[in-house]
Design a protein around this ligand. Structure first.
Ligand code: FES
Ligand code: FE2
Length: 378
């Protein structure tokens, strides 16, 4: 099935950054390459599926999707959050067709088999012939929805489709190592800003940790802190990260409450980490962000950016205008990024391109990411 990377492409990726080449064009423009990624990148790793705060109450159900595979996130009557493939085990119809609140049972549209919120089959109408309903389906036979391996970190729901990845804490270990003990338990969910990037998902996430382009693409961000105070991203295992320090004066103008209990340099830290494959995380003294990049085809990417603020600032009316301002700011920032990501998608149709040239100062993170992709698919 599909295609992989040839030996010369792999060797070029493994060279020191000054001589290395990135992934070949096909990795971005070929639908077969994306098919291969679905079977490897997105099934072997932990992938962000959604937020627990999307299903706050028992019986809440949210549709989700990972690289084309339909999922449902369900808050059970026991309060636990479970993730199932959104498919009926009978004839394989998609089971749930829209988000739901406070439901007790999931009934398939096709032959009305009904499942409880833990995924167990409850009834099968007319299963044994006309009028002969199977009312005790759950106790007599082991038919249940296909559950996906799931674990949680803060508000984040993570799934591992092939069930074989190392435990989630191992996946998050590089973040623990690099993020200087940042305490996210103080943050509460406020808003989501969604957008679409007309490019392959890898271009969108490479761009996210490309600090180099700030001076050219983001005048507003550059004004806040100029290029001279920025550094390129680095890799640590499945994490690509970069950080900067705010100055106290700048922070003192932010009306949002700050995280409590930070000491010394952690008080002014902005930490940005991209967890392979597609989840980026930002910690700021007053904000926490999940950037959820998901492919929707080989040349389209969806971004759901979830914004969190310290405790009551997430819903306090006093901070409504500030929250609105932040959402607007990130919408604008994403639009600036979308344009250059689209230009990369268009440029990489040119067969003359050979994977590119890297700046040893700025592009280490991009090369690290390309090598993670290569490892997943080979
Ligand atoms: S496919 Fe769902 S009940 Fe038949
Ligand atoms: Fe950007």
């Amino acid at each position: 099935m599909g295609m992989s990377l040839d030996q010369s492409a792999l060797e070029a990726l493994r060279k020191p950054v000054a001589e290395a080449r990135g992934l070949p064009n096909a990795a971005f423009v070929d639908p077969d390459f994306h098919e291969l990624e679905k079977q490897t990148v997105f099934s072997k790793s932990w992938v962000f599926a959604g937020r627990k705060s999307e299903v706050p109450k028992q019986g809440d159900i949210r549709l989700a999707e990972i690289a084309g595979e339909p999922l449902i996130i369900v808050r059970g009557r026991d309060g636990a959050v479970r993730v199932f493939y959104n498919v009926c085990p009978h004839r394989g119809a998609r089971l749930v067709t829209e988000d739901r609140r406070g439901t007790r049972i999931m009934t398939c549209k096709y032959h009305a088999w009904a499942y409880d919120l833990a995924g167990r089959l409850r009834t099968r109408p007319h299963f044994n012939g006309p009028g002969l309903h199977d009312e005790k389906a759950g106790s007599t036979e082991c038919v249940s929805l296909f559950e996906v391996r799931t674990d949680f970190w803060h508000d984040g729901i993570f799934v591992n489709l092939d069930g074989k990845a190392p435990p989630l804490p191992e996946y998050l270990a590089p973040l623990d190592r690099q993020a200087e003990g940042f305490d996210i338990s103080q943050f509460a969910y406020a808003d989501t800003v969604s957008g679409r990037f007309n490019c392959n998902w890898k271009l969108a996430v490479e761009n996210w940790s490309d600090v180099y382009h700030v001076f050219a693409v983001h005048p507003g961000l550059n004004q806040m802190m100029d290029q001279g105070q920025r550094t390129g991203a680095d890799g640590d295992g499945n994490l690509i990260y970069f950080r900067w320090r705010y100055d106290e004066e700048f922070l003192s103008r932010d009306p949002l409450p700050r995280v409590q209990g930070l000491e010394g340099s952690a008080r002014t830290l902005a930490f940005n980490g991209h967890l392979y494959p597609g989840l980026a995380i930002s910690f700021h003294p007053t904000m926490f962000l999940f950037w959820d990049f998901k492919p929707i085809g080989h040349d389209r990417t969806r971004l759901d950016l979830h914004l969190y603020y310290v405790a009551s600032a997430a819903h306090d009316p006093d901070h409504a205008a500030t929250r609105e301002g932040k959402a607007k700011y990130y919408t604008g920032l994403n639009a600036e990024d979308e344009e250059v990501c689209r230009l990369m998608q268009e440029g990489r149709q040119a067969r003359g391109y050979d994977g590119g040239r890297f700046s040893p100062f700025w592009d280490r993170g991009t090369l690290h990411f390309a090598n993670l992709v290569a490892q997943s698919i080979t």
